[in-house]
Design a binder for this molecule. Structure first.
Ligand SMILES: [Zn+2]
Length: 384
C-alpha cells in the first residue's frame, strides 16, 4: 500500500475539566496515550475556554466570556420583566428557572447552551447573553471563524458530537460514523467530568471510577477505529482543571450594604469566581472599589493584567471592573448559584489547578502550550 492509500482518522476527545492536576497521581491510559503535557488554560469559564479551543484565539478576540453582560441595545430579556412580580420563593427554585430557561431559549431562538441561573429577574432586562449560537457548528462564534468553519470550507469529512446529548450517546454516534468509513476527523464531546468534579471535588474516588469508564470507552473506540483505518491518531484534551473549594465569600451582601442602587448607580454580575461591575455614577465605582479592597480573598484585575490574559474586551463589554477571587474561594451566593459546591474553576490561569491537559498516542504535529493551540493541532490533523 502506498502512503497515499493509507487511511488515517484523527479523533480529538474533549473531556471537560480533565485538568493536569486532576490526572496527577492517577493512572489514565498511560500505555495508549504516552504523549502527555499540561496546557495553560484561558481566564474564564468553559463558555470562554471552549471557544478558544475551537478558534485558536483569546476571549477578547472571539468575543465569548462569561454568559451575562450589560446590554447595550434592547435586551433579549426585555419580555421577562413581568417575572419580577412572581414571588421569589417560586422564581428562586432551580427547577422553575430551568423550565423558564428552556422555554425562553426556544422563544428567543438561542442555539447554544442557555441557563438563566440565578440572575435576578428584577433586573434581567438590563442584561444580554453571549452564547446565542451553537459553538459546535460553522458560524457559531461571535467574532471570527472556528475549526468547524475551517473544516466545512476545506470540504473535510468529519464527525462532531451533539453537545446536547449524553456521553454514551456521543460515543455510539461516533462509532456509527467510524463504521461508515467516510470521516477523517472527529471531535468527541464529553461533559460529565466537569459536573462530577464540581460535585465531589478532584480527590474523590468517584473521579477514579469515572476515569476507568472513559478508559474503557476510549479503548473500545480505538479498537473499532483500528479495524476501519490504517492509522488512528487519538487526542484527549480539556479546557481547564478544578480547584477544591475551601472558602466562601459573600461579596454580594457587602456591595448591597453600600448606599447604592443596583440598576441605577451600578450593575453587577456575580459569577462563582468573579464579580463584574458597570457604573452609572462615578462615586459608585469608588465605593465599590473601596469595599472590594477590604475583601482579602480576591483582588481587582488591572487593565494591563486583563490585556495580558486576553480578556480586555472592547467597550468593557463584560465589565468595567473585574474582581477575581483566589483559587479555592467561591463567591456565595452568586448569580450562578446559592448552594455550596466542592470543586470550582474559573480562577487565574497561573494557578496549577487551572491547567488543562493534552494526551495523545502520537506526538502532536504542532507544539501546543495553551488550550487555544488545540485549534492549530486540530487544523493540522484534519489537513484543513
Ligand atoms: Zn464547570
Amino acid at each position: 500500500m502506498s502512503n497515499l492509500d493509507k487511511r488515517t482518522l484523527s479523533i480529538v476527545t474533549f473531556i471537560d475539566a480533565l485538568g493536569w492536576e486532576v490526572l496527577k497521581g492517577r493512572s489514565f491510559m498511560e500505555e495508549e496515550l504516552p504523549h502527555r503535557r499540561p496546557l495553560r488554560s484561558v481566564f474564564g469559564f468553559s463558555s470562554a475556554c471552549v471557544p478558544s479551543i475551537l478558534t485558536g484565539r483569546q476571549p477578547q478576540e472571539h468575543g465569548h466570556w462569561s454568559f451575562f453582560y450589560k446590554s447595550r441595545g434592547p435586551s433579549p430579556f426585555r419580555g421577562l420583566r413581568w417575572l419580577r412580580h412572581l414571588p421569589r420563593r417560586i422564581t428562586d427554585r432551580g427547577r422553575v428557572r430551568s423550565q423558564i430557561s428552556k422555554r425562553l431559549k426556544k422563544k428567543l431562538g438561542f442555539k447554544g447552551y442557555f441557563q438563566l441561573y440565578n440572575i435576578p429577574f428584577q433586573h434581567i432586562d438590563r442584561f444580554d447573553y453571549c452564547e446565542k449560537k451553537d459553538l459546535f457548528k460553522a458560524g457559531g462564534i461571535n467574532q471570527g471563524n472556528s475549526i468547524f468553519d475551517r473544516l466545512d470550507n476545506a470540504g473535510v469529512d468529519y464527525h462532531v458530537s451533539d453537545w446536547r446529548s449524553g456521553e454514551p450517546e456521543n460515543i455510539s454516534s461516533l462509532l456509527g460514523a467510524i463504521k461508515q468509513d467516510s470521516i477523517r476527523f472527529a471531535f468527541l464531546y464529553m461533559a460529565d467530568m466537569d459536573a462530577l468534579l464540581h460535585q465531589v471535588g478532584k480527590n474523590s474516588d468517584r473521579v477514579d471510577e469515572k476515569l476507568r469508564w472513559y478508559e474503557h470507552r476510549l479503548r473500545e473506540l480505538l479498537d473499532c477505529a483500528g479495524q476501519h483505518y490504517d492509522e488512528v491518531r487519538l487526542f484527549v484534551c480539556s479546557d481547564h482543571g478544578m480547584a477544591t473549594v475551601h472558602t466562601h465569600v459573600d461579596v454580594m451582601a457587602q456591595i448591597e450594604s453600600l448606599p447604592l442602587e443596583f440598576g441605577k448607580d451600578y450593575l453587577a454580575t456575580y459569577d462563582s469566581t468573579m464579580a463584574r461591575f458597570w457604573f452609572d455614577a462615578p462615586e459608585a465605582e469608588a465605593q465599590v472599589r473601596r469595599t472590594l479592597s477590604n475583601i482579602p480573598q480576591g483582588r481587582v484585575l488591572s487593565r494591563d493584567e486583563l490585556e495580558a490574559l486576553g480578556c480586555a474586551f472592547a467597550g468593557d463589554q463584560y465589565g468595567e471592573l473585574i474582581f477575581l477571587v483566589d483559587a479555592g474561594t467561591i463567591i456565595l451566593p452568586s448569580h450562578m448559584g446559592t448552594a455550596p459546591i466542592t470543586g470550582m474553576h474559573g480562577y487565574h490561569p497561573d494557578h496549577a489547578d487551572s491547567d488543562a491537559a493534552l494526551l495523545s498516542n502520537v506526538p502532536p504535529l504542532t507544539d501546543p502550550r495553551g488550550i487555544a493551540d488545540v485549534f492549530h493541532l486540530m487544523a493540522a490533523e484534519a489537513g484543513a
